[in-house]
Design a protein around this ligand. Structure first.
Ligand code: UD1
Length: 417
C-alpha cells in the first residue's frame, strides 16, 4: 500500500491546473445509460472513483473507452439493468445508475450502497421521488428493485440532496409528461448534468436553481460534453497555499462555484484575485480564526470543511466549525490532534483553537476529504515528517496529488511499502 511522505514548512508557490470534477463525471457517466447513441466526455479526471464507475457500467454491457481526458460511452450493449453488490459497495455514487436504468428499461435491480465512513447516508429521498413518479420499489436481499413506467410528477425533496436531485432529474427525462422537482440541490455539478442531458435531447429547465422542471421525451441521442471544473480540488489547492503562507493560483477554475469558501479565505486574511478561470490566493500576513457552517450550495461545501479545518489549526484565535450536511464528518480531528492541533468536538461542532505550529506525525487517511486535510496539515508542519497511510482514499478524488503539490514547491513523495 502507498504512503505519502511530507516534510512541511515550505510555502507553496505557483500555478496548478484544476481537473474536471469527480462529482460531475460520475453522474454524467451514469446518465450515458439513457443515451441511445454514443456520448463523448472531455476533461474527465483520472481517478479511482471514475475507474470504479467504468467497471460497473462496463460490467452491465456499456462500452467505454477512456484515453487521456476523453471518454466515449456507448450504452447500446446494456441488456440487463442490474448493478451487483460487489461493484456498488465500493462507491456510493454507483447508486446513480438506478434512475437511468429504470427510466430506460422500466425495471432495475441495484444493490444498496450501504453505510460509509461519513455517516449512514440513506437513499430514502431517491426512492420516494421515484415512487412519486409511479415506480414500485421493493427491497430484496440488500437490493433495490424498481419497476414501472415512469410518469411526470410534482415532488418536493425533504432535503436538497445532491444525489437524489440527480437521480430524479435523470429518471424524469424519460418519464411521460411534466415533472416538477422542488427544494432540489443547486450544486454546479447538477447544472452540468442538466446541460449534458439537454445535449442528449432532454427538456430540463432550472438545473442549478431550487426548482427543476423536466418534460419527458421518448428517446435520447448522443452528445459531446466538457466536464465542469472541480471546485473542491480548486479549493483544496487554494487552502493548501494559504495554510502554508504561500501564493497559489488555480487555473481552469470557476470562482462562482466557490462563493462562500473564497469569502472565508478572505476572512482568514488571504488576498484573493479572480480573473477569468484563474483564482489566486496569497497569504501575505498572519491568518486569523473564522467560523464555518457547512450547507448545501451556495453555502460552505462540506467537501471543503476538513481542508479548512487544517488551515485553521494554526490561525490566530478560536474557530467554530459546524458540520450540518453529514454526521460523523470530523474523521480528521483525531489525526490533526496527533500533529499538535488543539480541537474539541461537541456533536456536530468542532472548536479549533489556533496553535503556533503543527509537527509531522504518522497519520491515517480515513475518507477522501479528511485525507486531503492531513496532507495540508503535513505541508503546514514545521518540524518532522508526516507519513499519510491509506492513500487510496486520496486517489479516489485527487489525481496524483503529490506530483501536483511538488510542482508548487512542496517536499512530498509517494512511497510504496
Ligand atoms: C454528494 C457528493 C459528496 C458531497 C455531498 C454533499 C457526489 C458523488 N458526492 O454526495 O461529495 O459531500 O453531495 O455536498 O456528488 N440524505 C438523506 N436521504 C437521501 C439522500 C441524502 O437523508 O436519500 C442525506 C445524507 O445522509 C446527507 C445529506 O442528505 O446527510 C446530503 O447528502 P447528499 O446531498 O445526497 O450527498 P451525496 O449525493 O451522497
Amino acid at each position: 500500500m502507498d504512503k505519502i511522505l511530507i516534510r512541511g514548512g515550505k510555502p507553496l508557490r505557483g500555478a496548478v491546473q484544476v481537473r474536471g470534477a469527480k462529482n460531475a463525471t460520475l453522474p454524467l457517466m451514469a446518465a450515458a445509460i439513457l443515451a441511445e447513441a454514443p456520448c463523448t466526455l472531455h476533461n474527465v479526471p483520472c481517478l479511482h472513483d471514475v475507474f470504479s464507475m467504468d467497471k460497473l457500467l462496463s460490467h452491465m454491457g456499456m462500452s467505454i473507452e477512456f484515453t487521456g481526458r476523453y471518454m466515449t460511452l456507448d450504452a447500446s450493449g446494456i441488456v440487463e439493468p442490474y448493478a451487483p453488490y460487489d461493484l456498488v459497495r465500493k462507491m456510493r455514487a454507483s447508486f446513480f445508475v438506478l434512475g437511468p436504468l429504470l427510466a430506460r428499461f422500466g425495471r432495475a435491480r441495484v444493490s444498496l450502497p450501504g453505510g460509509c465512513a461519513i455517516g449512514t447516508r440513506p437513499v430514502d429521498i431517491h426512492l420516494k421521488g421515484l415512487e412519486a413518479m409511479g415506480a414500485t420499489i421493493t427491497l430484496d436481499e440488500g437490493y433495490v428493485v424498481a419497476e414501472g413506467r415512469l410518469k411526470g410528477a410534482n415532488f418536493a425533496l425533504d432535503f436538497p440532496s445532491v444525489g437524489a436531485t440527480e437521480t430524479l432529474m435523470m429518471a424524469a427525462c424519460r418519464a411521460e409528461g411534466l415533472t416538477r422537482l422542488t427544494n432540489v440541490a443547486r450544486e454546479p455539478e447538477i447544472e452540468d448534468l442538466g446541460k449534458f442531458l439537454n445535449g442528449l435531447g432532454a427538456r430540463i429547465s432550472g438545473a442549478g436553481s431550487d426548482m427543476i422542471t423536466v418534460v419527458g421525451v421518448d428517446a435520447l441521442g448522443g452528445t459531446e460534453h466538457v466536464v465542469v471544473a472541480d471546485r473542491i480540488e480548486a479549493g483544496t489547492f487554494l487552502a493548501a497555499g494559504v495554510a502554508t503562507h504561500g501564493d497559489v493560483t488555480v487555473l481552469n477554475a470557476n470562482a462562482d462555484h466557490l462563493p462562500t469558501f473564497l469569502r472565508k479565505l478572505r476572512e482568514v486574511g488571504a488576498e484573493i484575485e479572480v480573473s477569468g478561470g484563474r483564482i489566486r490566493a496569497r497569504a501575505l500576513n498572519g491568518l486569523h480564526a473564522t467560523d464555518i457552517t457547512t450547507h448545501p450550495f451556495p453555502g460552505f461545501a462540506t467537501d471543503l470543511q476538513a481542508q479548512m479545518m487544517a488551515l485553521l489549526t494554526c490561525a490566530q484565535g478560536t474557530s467554530i466549525i459546524k458540520e450540518n450536511v453529514f454526521e460523523n464528518r470530523f474523521m480528521q480531528v483525531a489525526e490533526l490532534i496527533r500533529m499538535g492541533a488543539d480541537i474539541d468536538l461537541d456533536g456536530n461542532t468542532a472548536i479549533v483553537r489556533g496553535v503556533e505550529r503543527l509537527s509531522g506525525a504518522p497519520v491515517m487517511a480515513s475518507d477522501l476529504r479528511a485525507s486531503a486535510a492531513l496532507v495540508i496539515a503535513g505541508l503546514m508542519a514545521e518540524r518532522g515528517e508526516t507519513a499519510v497511510a491509506r492513500v487510496y482514499h486520496i486517489d479516489r478524488g485527487y489525481e496524483r496529488i503529490e506530483e501536483r503539490l511538488a510542482s508548487l514547491g512542496a517536499d512530498i513523495e509517494r512511497v510504496r511499502e
